[in-house]
Design a protein around this ligand. Structure first.
Ligand SMILES: [Ca+2]
Ligand SMILES: [Ca+2]
Ligand SMILES: [Ca+2]
Length: 152
């Protein structure tokens, strides 16, 4: 029989795991998908500056591994009122071959806005998220300035 004491003990154990998961991330980072920690920049930067910033703080420009991860970080970006933000996906190395910017693994999950990617002007090689257009993606010039999300 499950007693009230056992239930209390279970609640304490689970609260501890919640606490451990929350505080695994350093100050300013949010816990999320598969135990990762996420940082949301308060400033805009080019794609390459965003990459080096994330590296400097011990992470990488966020790489989207699944809809669940994308959905989690985009909802947080919406709360922070980011109109757009960079994610770590590029086709800089080979036009039309989208890969993760840091690990260079092939990107298999996509969520393009209608008509994208269009490589406008033949020089759009980096991916930004439109938070206000159904959380979809656009290929954009890498020298544009956007807020961004780091992951570690
Ligand atoms: Ca990821
Ligand atoms: Ca391109
Ligand atoms: Ca585009």
């Amino acid at each position: 029989m499950v007693t009230a004491n056992k239930i209390t003990a279970l609640i304490i154990v689970f609260s501890f795991f919640d606490y451990a998961a929350t505080y695994k991330c350093s100050i300013g980072w949010y816990p999320g998908y598969r135990g990762n920690c996420y940082y949301f920049s308060r400033f805009g930067a080019t794609f390459w500056s965003a990459m080096s910033f994330c590296k400097t703080v011990g992470g990488k420009l966020v790489e989207i591994d699944s809809y669940r991860e994308f959905n989690e970080i985009t909802r947080m970006a919406i709360k922070k009122r980011f109109p757009t933000f960079w994610i770590g996906i590029t086709d800089l190395y080979y036009e039309g071959a989208w890969q993760k910017a840091t690990t260079q693994a092939r990107q298999s999950y996509f969520r393009w806005y209608s008509g994208e990617p269009n490589s406008d002007g033949g020089k759009e090689n980096c991916v930004e998220v439109y938070t206000n257009r159904g959380m979809t993606w656009n290929d954009q010039s890498c020298s544009d300035q956007n807020p961004f999300v780091c992951e570690k």
